[in-house]
Structure formats: C-alpha cells, structure tokens
Design a protein around this ligand. Structure first.
Ligand code: FES
Length: 309
C-alpha cells in the first residue's frame, strides 16, 4: 500500500533512493520504523512510502489497516547513501529483491521523469508473481521507453518459465538477462543474503557498484551467558544475554529506546557507552574503547557495560 504524506515546514527534502523514519503512537507506545521513499520528489511536495503489512509488524499493520486520511505521523530527516549522482552517464542496472524495489522505484521514476536519458535495466526478484509491486507501471514504462527494460524473476522454481526468469540470482542468469553487465553502473537492494550474492558476482566486474541491504545477514555469535548492562541516566542495571542485539535486549526488558531501521543505517539508536566491550553483530568485531558511541541495533554486549541511557 502506498501512503502519501504532506511534510511540515521542517522537512529538508530528499534524494530518490533515501529513507525516512516514521513514528506513530500505538496503544500508548511510540513505534518507529524506517521506510524507503518510493516516489521521486513530487511537484506538490508530498512524499510517498510504500508499506507491506508484515506478520507481527506493529507499524506496518497500523499503516496498512488503521491509518486514515488526515492522520498525523512523525517523520525524521531523509537518510541513506544509495542515490544517483546528479551528473553521470553510462548504462544503469538496478537489481531489486522483495521490498528492495521501493528505493529503486524512486530512482527509476526520477530517471523516467528526465525522459530516460541513460539506458536502464531493472531485474526484480520475488517469490511468487503476486508479490511484484508496481508491475503494471514497470511494464508501462518499458513499453514507453525503448531504453528501459524490466525482467521479473521468480525465486521459486516454475517449469513454465525460461531458466533465466526463475531461481535465485546467479552469474548465468545475469549474463543472459543483461549481456553488457560489465559496462553497467549497478544499484542493488534487498535482503542481506541477496545483496551479498550480488556483490560477490558484480562488485569487481561492473563499472560501479552500490548496494543497500534491508535485513542484516544473520550472524551466529557463539558467546553464551549474560552480562550486566547499567543504564547510567536511569540508574538501572539489567542482565542481558551476550550475542543478542542491545536494542532487542532493552526492548525485551520493557524499555523503548529510540530506533528506526534496526539494521545500523539510520543512526537513530546511537547512544554513548561509558565502559565495557561490545561486539558488532554484522562484522563480529569487538570494541572496548571507553567513552565511545554505539548503535544499539547492531551491537551486543561482550562484557558488563555502562551505557549513557
Ligand atoms: S535503528 Fe537505525 S541504526 Fe539502529
């Protein structure tokens, strides 16, 4: 579902490909999540987010099922580095998996609004055909612009489809769909595993490569047991499991620290650490410097900690 929001005078604008944090109070608790802006900057100043209602997703369910025209929601400034340079030439290749289509759709619409000045191919993966967003619009754009091509690929095998239109991303599939892939400037967005596969296939081959993962790669952290986390400002000490993100651990303890993307991109959950060792859940590296900043969503406690919370 696409929602149009009318920002107030504090809004500083955005570039296609960026995201915002959206906050709504639901049953007395402020819930914040990140959404990609799915349209290019519009003449009427409104901004669009496209939301999929996910199982157990409090905010996505609220926005899809309960939100009404005229409701007021909180939004933060736009963030994200995966944007098109204002100048540049050479053919583009957008690779989208699942909800990774939303920022790429904004970028595609902004290129289309300029009359498609650069050849652009989009390859878009989904589990089943019903999960493709914007399918009609994408086919319409391809019919109107000779320089735009779209390929829909189902990740679930389907004997009725040619090989290149089914299955997870592979070298053979990409070479068939996009024979000049080495000349392309590539932008990829989707789940962590998809982005890592595409990076391994193309980062050193393509003209340039930019990507953004919507879900972090699952990391197995071997450490067991619990540690003490002291929240210095609250004067509270909690026992939290090693290996769990500090954000999830604090939420499990009934606290509601500020958060947005929950994957280390938006910085909303950043807080000061006064002492102790943390482990970065994406890179598995530890950080022991006293008086430093960390992001709760991608950090776990590797020793007792004192946080500025
Ligand atoms: S919630 Fe966005 S960086 Fe942690």
């Amino acid at each position: 579902m696409t929602l149009l929001l009318r920002p107030n005078r504090h809004w500083q604008g955005f570039t296609a490909g960026q995201h915002i944090n959206v906050s709504v109070e639901i049953n007395g608790i402020r819930v914040t999540r990140s959404y990609s802006l799915s349209d290019a900057p519009r003449a009427d100043g409104r901004i669009a987010i496209t939301v999929k209602a996910v199982e157990g997703g409090r905010l996505s369910r609220h926005l899809c099922d309960d939100a009404r025209v005229g409701d007021v929601v909180g939004i933060g400034p736009a963030f994200g580095e995966m944007t098109l340079p204002s100048t540049g030439s050479g053919p583009l290749l957008f690779l989208a998996a699942g909800s990774g289509i939303t920022p790429l759709m904004a970028m595609l619409r902004s290129v289309a609004a300029l009359g498609m000045p650069r050849p652009l191919t989009l390859v878009y993966w989904a589990r089943i055909a019903g999960e493709f967003c914007f399918a009609e619009e994408l086919r319409g754009l391809a019919a109107r612009h000779a320089d735009f091509k779209v390929h829909f690929v189902l990740t679930r095998a389907d004997a009725r489809l040619p090989d290149e239109s089914q299955g997870r991303v592979s070298e053979q599939q990409l070479s068939t769909l996009v024979p000049d892939v080495a000349q392309r400037h590539v932008y990829a967005c989707g789940p962590g595993g998809f982005v890592e596969s595409v990076r391994a296939l193309l980062a050193s081959r393509a003209s340039s490569f930019k990507s953004e993962a919507f879900t972090p790669l699952p990391r197995v952290v071997e450490e067991g047991g619990t540690v003490q986390v002291t929240l210095a400002r609250r004067g509270q000490t909690l026992l939290v499991p090693r290996g769990q993100s500090l954000l999830a651990a604090l939420e499990d303890a009934g606290l509601n620290p500020a958060s947005g993307c929950r994957m280390g991109i938006c910085n909303t959950c950043a807080c000061g650490k006064r002492s102790g060792t943390t482990r970065h859940l994406h890179t598995n590296t530890t950080q022991s410097e006293p008086v430093s900043a960390l992001r709760l969503c991608v950090s776990s406690a590797a020793s007792d900690l004192v946080l500025d919370l």
